[in-house]
Every structure is written in C-alpha cells, then in structure tokens.
Design a binder for this molecule. Sequence first.
Ligand code: FEO
Length: 383
Amino acid sequence: MFKITDDILYIGVDDNDIDLFEGQYAVPNGVSYNSYLCFDEKIAVFDTVDKSKKEEWLRTLDKALNGAAPDYLIISHTEPDHAACIPAFLERYPAAKVVGNEKTFIILNRFFGDLKAEKLIVKEGDIIDLGKHKISFIFAQMVHWPEVMMSYDQTDKILFSADAFGKFGALSHEEDWLDEARRYYINIVGKYGNPVQGALKKAAALNIQKICPLHGPTLVGDLDFYIRKYDLWSTYRPEEEGVFIAYASVYGNTAAAAEKLCAELKARGVKAETADLNRCDMSRAVATAFKYPKLVVASVTCDAGLIPCTEAFINKLRSKNFSNRTVGFIQNGSWAPMSAKIMRTAFESFKAVSLCGVTVTVNSALDEQAYKQLNELADELAV
Ligand code: FEO
C-alpha cells in the first residue's frame, strides 16, 4: 500500500507465485494486480484482484479503509485477474455500489450470476462526484475486452487506464518499463490496434499527470514517451531500425545461417538480433518482431512442412496483425527444402508486408552457395 496522491492509495498486490499469466505467458518477474482507493467524502475502490491474492488484497483494503466503508466499487475491466474478488468485496461491504457500464454487468453476470449489490450503470462522460474528486468515465471497448472503461480523476488529473499502459512484472521487481510493457501490449492487446487508437484520441483531450494501469507501475514524468509507444504499437509501426532473425534449427545449421546473417548485418552497420524459436519465450519473440521494421524467419523443413515452433510464430504474428514490415527467409532441408515456399505463402496473406527478393537455401549445412545468398540477403536488408 502506498500513496499515489494525498487522497489516492495504491492497494494492489504482487503475484510472484503465478506460473503462466492468462494460462500461457511466462512471467519470470511475476505480475501485479493493481487496485486503488480514493478517499473523499465518498470512498471509491477501483477494481479488485485475482482470486489467488484475495486474502492479501482484502487485508490491505481493510487496513487502508481503517474502519471506513467504501461507497463505490468501480469496475474498469471484468477479466478475472481484476474482477475475481468482487463477490468477496461485496460480502464484506454490501452497501457499496458497483459501478460499470451495461456490458460490464452482462459479463459479470456470466461469471457470478446476479450480484447482490446496488448497480450503478454509467455512460461515457458520466461523472461520479466523490466530494473533492470528480471521476469521469472514458469507454475503451476492446482495450482489451468489450466492457473496458477507463476512469479519470479530474481533481488529481489521474487516468485509471485499465489494461492499457500495463506491463508484466510485479512491482517488487525493479526493471525497465519498455520491454515488458511491449511484450504485454503486443501479446495481450496487440490485436486491437484501432480501439487503442480510439482510446488514445479520447485520452489526448485530458490533462493527465499520472497513469494508473491495472498492471505495473504508476506512470509519471514524461507521459508522452509512453503514449508515443502506444501510438506506434497500435498502428503496427516499428520502433527503431533493425532486423530480427527468428530461427528454428534442428542440428545447428539453420542457427549458424541465422547467426551468420546477423554478423553480416552488423558488419554493414545494421542493428540485428536473433532468437531461437525452439527455446525462447514465444511471446518475447513475437514482441521483438514488432520492434523492428525487418524480420527474417529461418526454418528447417520438417515432414514437408514447417517445424511446429515456426508455424506457431507465424500464426501468432498473424493473430496480432503483424504488418507494415519487410520479411525475408532462410530455409534448410537435406533433400527437399520446402520451408521458404510455405513461409512465403503464409506471409503473402499478411497486410502490408513486403517479402525480400533473396531467399537463402541451406542444403543441410552452410556451403559456398548459402554464404553467397546470405551476403545478398544482408545487402538487401541493409538498404
Ligand atoms: Fe489484466 Fe485484460 O486483464
């Protein structure tokens, strides 16, 4: 528990016990489920937490309230990592009004049945008057679910941004915001670029001093930095020049080709990095692909098709609307290399993706011909 402003407290919890976020994303530094409390003539709680941290959150909430009773529970987002403790909250504080929009209550009903609580259904632009603090609501449908709404405290100029601007990593782990925020955004919200653009436009009309997301730290200081990143990510534009080479190797020869290309690019003054799709965190590889304007996929041929990790990588990119990029290929096959043809066909269906003219073919191991093609591909990517 700590102060965000004189009247607003952070009452969220860290989860360092979680194995996979949303059942699929590794979070080596855990995750935080953020919840906030506004003390005023009326008291508002913003969101609950995941059920695994119910007792800890209720203890923190009780301590923060110090005998007072909350008047409102504002629901930004009904996904269970934030909404699971609503019934427990209402058992303890049955007089609190639950604040949401029409869609909020439709989804809550599906999770919990009819909540035994007074419901306050708000529309966009509605204001709840807590006394000194006036809380308005900004609908942010599909950032990341259809009912999502942000709240804005007009007094302290705080945007409670729901999933937007969140990151992986518990607050107890000090780490840079960008990499884990990118991985969070691309994998969790990345499909919904247009709705994010809509929410950013609404937020641009507000005077925001602090951003309080549902995961990760409160953002202060140069908020333009964070907003610019969200603008790039949600319009599917790269952040910086460079090439990402994602490879799937069996006996190390495709990996050697990927590393050779990386070295050739660096020799040409081009930033480049590689990842082993069989062993790296897939969500990290997907996020890294979005960082740069150029991607090379290097893959062995397997059963006349793609090795599963390559297939999964391409499918993930497709599902996150990977676009506005240049993509090249390195294929390997000992008797019938097929992977470049299959990958090329897959990427041809992506929007605004151009494919490199040079394809590198490794017939089992690097030979003179493959080195020549790697140099040609490096030349093409370095332009
Ligand atoms: Fe952290 Fe979409 O929930």
